[in-house]
Design a protein around this ligand. Structure first.
Ligand SMILES: Cc1cc2nc3c(=O)[nH]c(=O)nc-3n(C[C@H](O)[C@H](O)[C@H](O)COP(=O)(O)OP(=O)(O)OC[C@H]3O[C@@H](n4cnc5c(N)ncnc54)[C@H](O)[C@@H]3O)c2cc1C
Length: 489
């Protein structure tokens, strides 16, 4: 049975500002999962329907606390400017909210000291930035804003069990709330599955009689470890520091990023691909950091007080489910976020892809309305498009690590890779090329920005011999850590 579009009608912005005869928003969207993707999908839908119900298995914390359903929050989470702008457009005031809660808006590249595979990146200014704070802080601000939107209802400690409907139309979802003995049917015009990498969407669609979606994986076997340190006094404006893994070397890739976070702390995440994995043994953390391609980060943290144990995760595989390619798709159902695509986290893309998907959902709801036949399929295609460039970027690099498991890219993609490698070498000496790289890596521009005429020209000229070999950190920044230009003073 088709879900009724009768959920509480609420006045739209026009009518709440007093215009007579204004349309009323109707319909109900149910979002599965209150992670970043689910919250942003809810924000997108809340403007266009009467009610948005968010179904979340966890009990969500009131403040800045970790939770069971978000184990990855212990590790460095970079919200890139492309994603931050998309979040801001869905929830105005969010960037300011993050900053007032203790985050820093770090400009690229002036606020970044990075040793890439091709050398140290110069600290030239650009229009891009990243947010430096913990994942818990990013979520808290977004959650508070979303839950304050009119028509948004949170059903926490509630498990999504099954889809209602058939292969033509999903009409809702069966849920059970903790402590209740029976399941309950939540009817909806549109169900959005944002339940993360463990999503059961593929299995549930199969149960409705749909074909399985094609799935691709590229797995470097990367292991992530994270430890938080007390930041040294005077480090309030300290840059983000990164020694990146080299996918093109003969050895396993190893790297680390030091992210200054709220509360005067430095969050240090290190990683190593198959054969070069870090361990969760606290005594092995500092030696691992020192053994990286450059010892700068080890020098910076030497003597700093660790505030946590070492946390480890292996959830780094690139996995994409091509739901948008299925020959048939039911109305009333869409999948987004990590449930569609997960990326190796070193590229810092997942939250930004979710934000871009949510803005696409908002646009499609505005254009077609929640009950339009074919809306769900349009959403699924838009979600696939949002994942596409980041997927190519992440897997195109990752497949080169020794021991990486996955399908080799076709010949055309390998040709493009040769170009991208030359581009990365050129970016270290050419500001136009570096800025275009930042535009793409922050998900502010599609991959095609890397083949715009000025960039191609720069890449054709190449890097010359002018590659910088000294860390791009200033003497004043070194002094904050008690270091002189030649080490500890
Ligand atoms: C180690 C690591 C580091 C990362 N670093 C970055 C980074 O630097 N930058 C970046 O942009 N991204 C990063 N990511 C990716 C980022 O965490 C995700 O892309 C982002 O959280 C969006 O995920 P999501 O909302 O789709 O899923 P999740 O965050 O997993 O949320 C899914 C939610 O659904 C709930 N749920 C699951 N099943 C059910 C059910 N049956 N019923 C009800 N609720 C359910 C869960 O409790 C959870 O709250 C990183 C990921 C990892 C693993």
């Amino acid at each position: 049975m088709r879900a009724p579009s009768s959920a509480v009608p609420v006045p739209d912005e026009a009518s709440s500002s007093g215009s007579s005869g204004a349309s009323r928003r109707v319909g109900r969207v149910v979002v599965l999962g209150a992670g970043m993707a689910g919250l942003l999908a809810a924000a997108a839908a809340a403007r266009h329907v009467g009610e948005v119900v968010i179904v979340e298995r966890d009990r969500l914390p009131d403040g800045l606390e970790p939770r069971k359903g978000l184990p990855q929050a212990r590790h460095a989470h970079l919200m890139m400017s492309g994603g931050a702008r998309a979040v801001e457009s869905l929830l105005p005031g969010t960037v300011e909210g993050w900053v007032s809660a203790g985050a820093r808006r770090v400009p690229l590249g002036t606020g970044l000291v990075a040793f890439g595979p091709q050398g140290w990146y110069p600290r030239w200014p650009s229009t891009q930035f990243l947010m430096a704070c913990t994942r818990d802080l990013l979520d808290l601000v977004v959650r508070e804003k979303v839950l304050a939107l009119p028509g948004v209802v949170l059903r926490q400690e509630t498990d999504a069990l099954a889809l209602l409907g058939d292969a033509q139309r999903v009409t809702g979802v069966k849920v059970r709330t903790a402590g209740s003995h029976s399941a309950e049917a939540l009817e909806a015009d549109l169900v959005i599955d944002a339940s993360g990498r463990g999503s059961q969407a593929a299995r549930r669609l199969n149960e409705l009689g749909l074909h399985p979606a094609h799935e691709e994986t590229v797995d470097t076997g990367m292991v992530y470890v994270t430890r938080i340190f007390r930041a040294p006094p005077g480090s309030e404006r300290f840059p983000v520091v990164s020694v990146q893994a080299d996918p093109h070397g003969a050895m396993p890739g190893q790297g680390a990023t030091m992210l200054p976070v709220e509360g005067g702390r430095w969050l240090l995440t290190a990683c190593g691909t198959r054969g070069g994995e870090p361990s969760r043994e606290p005594g092995e953390f500092e030696p691992f950091i020192r053994s990286l391609r450059h010892p700068l980060i080890a020098d910076l943290i030497a003597g700093l007080e660790p505030l946590t144990d070492v946390h480890l995760t292996r959830s780094t595989v690139n996995r994409r489910r091509y739901f948008e390619r299925l020959p048939a798709w039911p109305d009333g159902f869409a999948v987004m976020g990590d449930a569609v695509a997960t990326f190796n986290p070193v590229y810092g893309q997942g939250m930004s892809v979710a934000a871009h998907s949510a803005t696409a959902i908002r646009g499609l709801l505005a254009e077609h309305g929640v009950a339009a036949p074919g809306l769900a399929r349009r959403i699924q295609r838009a979600v696939g498009r949002a994942a596409s460039s980041p997927w190519d970027l992440a897997t195109g690099e990752d497949i080169n690590y020794p021991g990486a498991i996955g399908e080799r890219p076709p010949a055309a993609a390998r040709l493009l890779r040769g170009y991208v490698q030359r581009l990365m070498r050129t970016a270290v000496v050419n500001p136009v090329v570096l800025r275009s790289l930042y535009d793409v890596m922050t998900l502010s521009a599609p991959m095609t920005a890397l083949v715009s005429p000025p960039v191609v020209l720069g890449v054709l000229r190449g890097p010359g011999r002018d590659v910088r070999n000294e860390p791009s950190i200033t003497p004043a920044e070194l002094a904050v850590c008690g270091l002189g230009p030649r080490g500890r003073s």
